[in-house]
Write a protein that binds this ligand. Sequence first.
Ligand SMILES: [Zn+2]
Length: 429
Amino acid sequence: MAKQITRIPTPVPAAKRTRVAAYARISEVKGNTPVSLSAQVSYYNQKIRQNPAWQFAGVYTDAGISGTTTSRPGFQRLLAACKRGEVDIILTKSISRFARNTVDLLSIVRDLRQAGIEVFFERENIRTLSGDGELMLSILASFAQEEAWSTSENVKWGIRKNFEKGMTNQMCVYGYIWTGTEFIINKTQAEAVRYIYKRFLQGARYSQIIDECAAHGWQAYWGGRFTIAAIKMILSQERYTGNTLLGKTFNPYPGHHGMKNTGQAPMFFAEGTNPVIIDQETFERAQIALAERTKQNQKCVHNQTLTVFSGRVWCGPCQRRANRCHQYRPQGQRVIYGWCCPAKAKGKPHKCAGGALREDRIKHITCLLTDKPEFSNELFDSYIERIELVMPGQATFILVDGREFLVRYKRGKTATMPTWDDVKEVTKK
Ligand SMILES: [Zn+2]
């Protein structure tokens, strides 16, 4: 079947509209070729004309030709039109329709890119001028190839090329140093990573791991102590296995911020992109353990223990009943309980300015206000009506007799207990 070019001239050139062309190709093997081809032509015709921002720049087609670029006359015509500067965007169904192999594909796409021409692959949802468009393209192209020639080198090459151009935004990976062209292992950090995986799989708590890392002198990526979030991030960083997962975020619209990709866009897994720190099996075990622990931790929030303080501690700013929360200490693993706003306890983005107050401080302040040497549940129950967490470091104690005291307390592990100097009577008259 001969080439078909559908071109409808536009008499009045619209000012600054994007000129869009399409490329369609079908193989004769599948039968009813003419129908399929004309269907594609009318599909693109309609699609381009329906968009008011676009100017129709032609639909180029090839049929029954499965050879290389040079033997596709429709494709050659399209490239010639691009060279003449008549096209801004090329729409095409899929990578396999556009080029037969990676080398062809990448060289064509790069030439077009140099000229500022974008190719949009509809099935794969890839725009070649977008952030990691070319990177994804090179990986996909290797899958699309029919010939069984070494693909791994091409994939690696594609990734390396893109690293050079700074196309990936994930250069800050704990355990590695980005040299500007590749990732090399940061020995100290890699040691910390292996230790974190080992201790986590042994069942150590996050706070334990954090303390132990501090004892080893290991610091977080930007310095200082690790946070639980940082430990979790390390435990779920698939880069340590030597591979890279691409497309973890996607852009729904041009200019939009990247959103977490939960299946809206394709994800790509590239193997052997950086040196290995954690073997695949250990990594997979960690993923299972992570999921289990998250489940357990979620249970704890709902399993509130009834104590004498229950229902007596309130968040000042949002007037919610405070939740009992706990904190593990390093020595002897004694559990420290405290009370804080439920929004904070569930780990939600906390917009509430309320503070948290440890139970040992509540007990101490109760003794202070009632002038009793020792705390008991009866003491609290008979003297204290309500505690309001005003802000971090400040709480109001409302007594049964109506008096109100604002208490300032120091926070942190080594903080001293409040004294009468930190207490101010604020009884409402
Ligand atoms: Zn609150």
